[in-house]
Design a protein around this ligand. Structure first.
Ligand SMILES: *[C@@H]1O[C@H](CO)[C@@H](O)[C@H](O)[C@H]1NC(C)=O
Ligand SMILES: *[C@@H]1O[C@H](CO)[C@@H](O)[C@H](O)[C@H]1NC(C)=O
Ligand SMILES: *[C@@H]1O[C@H](CO)[C@@H](O)[C@H](O)[C@H]1NC(C)=O
Ligand SMILES: *[C@@H]1O[C@H](CO)[C@@H](O)[C@H](O)[C@H]1NC(C)=O
Ligand SMILES: *[C@@H]1O[C@H](CO)[C@@H](O)[C@H](O)[C@H]1NC(C)=O
Ligand SMILES: *[C@@H]1O[C@H](CO)[C@@H](O)[C@H](O)[C@H]1NC(C)=O
Length: 594
């Protein structure tokens, strides 16, 4: 049946599976099965991934790896082969124990209609040969410091190959490999129906992140680790933890114990140094770099619970005058105790996180000038006066961050509202508009995109403030939040981080982040709020808003792939929300399109 001519026809360049879309993907229609005896090599050496299989979940596997590596994953002791070996074991574990019988191949009332014959002659994948052509020089890269590209092929004869310059590329190639396989609904075997496969792939943007607010609500460590897994499946490479805010300080700082003792929501609801190290090392092994943010000088009320002398306008009312969200509180900027406090704070944290991250985010959004009328060390709302004091704070903090070998990140207001002079190494994270991205790059700075009108996952839930039965009830009815409506995956997918930025400055847009602020999100609904919408941003950041022909990527071809990716995520215990009805997935895209 497979005449060579038929085969040429069968090869198609439409991306039939895989999220985010590879830059180039050709595939055929041949079926190849894969079994546990598949031989895996890495640079010619066998990878004994089966010995990892006893570990039934990723956290146990982490322990297995830790005990194998007698130096413990701590202190930056990663090797390419240990990172690749555990990634291979996770990938094959997923293929053999969490594979998917996808809705798209299961016709209504005719289970195996689109599946290969359960009892036909089977051809197998005999080996997966992984070649890394370069040497890893870092496991905490700055943007652009590692080549994350990879090539992947599966021949009709059953030879699978992944090649990449870095282990990061190998990890991405393995994520793609996993997505080529399905489970058969009746014989439970694992197969791909896309052979031969040829993929050439690499990221459009260097910084592909999720900003996760762990201050407004408390998240146990397990939720963060699960999120890191899901990020890696979607080829994100950054997890930005918005660690602290006015509402709580959930991170232990041994040198300043009152921060968490008084500032966490409850004793024990804080991340210990060991928790932070585990989160960071777990992420490194998955190609994700954790970036911690201490937001300041605004959004710092929680510091005042332990160190009241440092905070101005603490719980000031009416709050709308003094802050964006209650409880108000802002760092005292001309208090002689502030600088030593910062010295101690960063002196504690930076050496602990520096082995696993090259960035520290010092915040800087929504600083309220009126609050400085209530600062006994300033007593002014003059933005020039306040701006000079913020400059001193930021200069001091950034110098300490640089001295620890890290690069600072700030929110856009530091540059665009307060006109601070920032070092060339500083990344400016925008959120307010596309014009902000353009302003940042026009000033010659590196920018992150993430316009709240597109990439804020918290929007559209309605107000979290309560309104009494008086005038405020009428004025605020029907209680929409400031950034409603909900940003559905289609809107998120339509966003171009380069929109509005002149071509000559595109290189300064390192990428972007999709954001989940946690006023109305906690571990109970987190997965469904974030996924699969963050996946839509993930494809924009990895594949680009436009395809290889320069056309905007289409929802028509994205929807079936995203629906399949969502099925895979649910299969892997991330409770992502549905993309569409099963009806749309079982039928071709035409049925659910206009
Ligand atoms: C796969 O790698 C092994 C080990 O280097 C080698 O013996 C084998 O020939 C390779 N297979 C192919 C098809 O390249
Ligand atoms: C991937 O394939 C492209 C095109 O053939 C080639 O230029 C590139 O060197 C390959 N990359 C690796 C890491 O093998
Ligand atoms: C800062 O405090 C010093 C000493 O308390 C005072 O002399 C100075 O005017 C203050 N600066 C500002 C900008 O308020
Ligand atoms: C910063 O510069 C902008 C544009 O020139 C100006 O509107 C704003 O008032 C300045 N802010 C401060 C604090 O000086
Ligand atoms: C492509 O998408 C961008 C937004 O990302 C939009 O501004 C533009 O109009 C679209 N182009 C076409 C041809 O639809
Ligand atoms: C897709 O569905 C439409 C509407 O039911 C139908 O007309 C079309 O033939 C289908 N296309 C394919 C390729 O099955």
């Amino acid at each position: 049946m497979w005449s060579p001519i038929y085969l040429v026809f069968a090869l198609c360049s439409e991306v039939r599976a895989v999220w985010p879309a590879p830059q180039s993907f050709t595939s055929g229609n041949s079926v190849l099965w894969i079994e546990r005896d598949v031989r895996v090599t890495y640079n010619g050496e066998s990878v004994w991934w089966n010995s990892f299989l006893d570990a039934s979940n990723s956290q146990t596997e982490q322990k297995v790896l830790g005990s194998q590596n007698s130096q413990a994953p701590g202190h930056g002791a990663f090797t390419s082969s240990s990172v690749v070996q555990s990634a291979v074991s996770r990938a094959l574990q997923t293929i053999f124990t969490q594979s998917l019988v996808p809705w798209k191949l299961v016709a209504r009332n005719e289970l195996a209609k689109f599946e290969p014959l359960a009892n036909g002659v089977r051809n197998f994948i005999s080996c997966l040969n992984i070649t890394q052509t370069g040497t890893d020089t870092t496991f905490k890269p700055l943007a652009g410091e590692v080549d994350e590209s990879y090539n992947l092929s599966i021949s009709e004869q059953g030879i699978a190959e992944i090649s990449a310059v870095s282990s990061y590329g190998v990890l991405h190639g393995l994520q793609t490999f996993v997505q080529l396989f399905y489970q058969h609904s009746t014989n439970r075997g694992i197969y791909t129906n896309m052979a031969p496969v040829s993929i050439i792939d690499g990221p459009k943007f260097q910084h592909r992140g999720l900003n996760m607010d762990v201050s407004r609500n408390w998240y146990p460590k397990a939720d963060i680790l699960r999120t890191i897994d899901a990020l890696s499946w979607n080829k994100f490479n950054r997890l930005h933890l918005h660690m602290t805010d006015s509402q709580s300080w959930p991170m232990d700082i041994p040198a300043l114990p009152l921060l968490a003792q008084k500032g966490a929501y409850q004793i024990g609801l804080s991340y210990s140094p060991a928790d932070i190290e585990e989160i960071q090392t777990y992420a490194v092994q998955r190609g994700v770099e954790v970036i911690i943010e201490f937001d300041m000088p605004g959004h710092t009320t929680a510091i005042g619970l332990g160190y009241p002398e440092l905070i101005a306008a603490f719980d000031a009312h009416p709050w709308r005058t003094y802050c964006a969200e209650p409880p108000c509180g802002t760092l005292q900027l001309n208090n002689s105790a502030t600088a030593p406090f910062m010295e101690t704070l960063f002196g504690d944290v930076l050496p602990r996180i520096a082995p696993y991250s090259s960035y520290f985010h010092t915040g800087g959004d929504e600083v309220n000038a009126q609050a400085y009328l209530l600062d006994p060390t300033v007593r002014s709302n003059d933005k020039t006066v306040i701006g000079h004091l913020i400059q001193k704070l930021v200069d001091r903090n950034h110098a300490q961050i640089r001295a620890a070998g890290l690069a600072p990140i700030v929110w856009e207001e530091m540059l665009l509202d307060w006109n601070l002079t920032l070092g060339e190494d500083v990344i400016v994270q925008t959120w307010l508009s596309d014009a902000s991205v353009a302003s940042v790059t026009a000033a010659g700075h590196k920018a992150l995109a993430g316009n709240y009108n597109f990439w804020y996952l918290d929007c559209g839930k309605g107000e979290w403030l309560n309104f009494g039965n008086g005038a405020s009830f009428q004025e605020n009815y029907p209680f929409l939040d400031y950034c409603s409506p909900t940003k559905n995956w289609r809107l998120i997918y339509s966003y171009d981080p380069l929109g509005g930025v002149p071509v000559a400055q595109h290189h300064l847009v390192l990428g972007g982040e999709v954001h989940i602020w946690s006023e109305q999100t906690d571990p109970v609904n987190f997965d469904g709020v974030v996924w699969p919408r963050a996946s839509a941003a993930g494809e924009v950041l990895w594949s680009g808003r436009q395809d290889a022909r320069g056309q905007n990527r289409s929802q028509l071809t994205a929807a079936p792939r995203l629906a399949e990716m969502r099925e895979r995520m649910v299969n892997r215990e991330v409770r992502a929300g549905p993309v569409q009805m099963v009806f749309c997935t079982q039928h071709n895209a035409t049925e659910c399109s206009v």
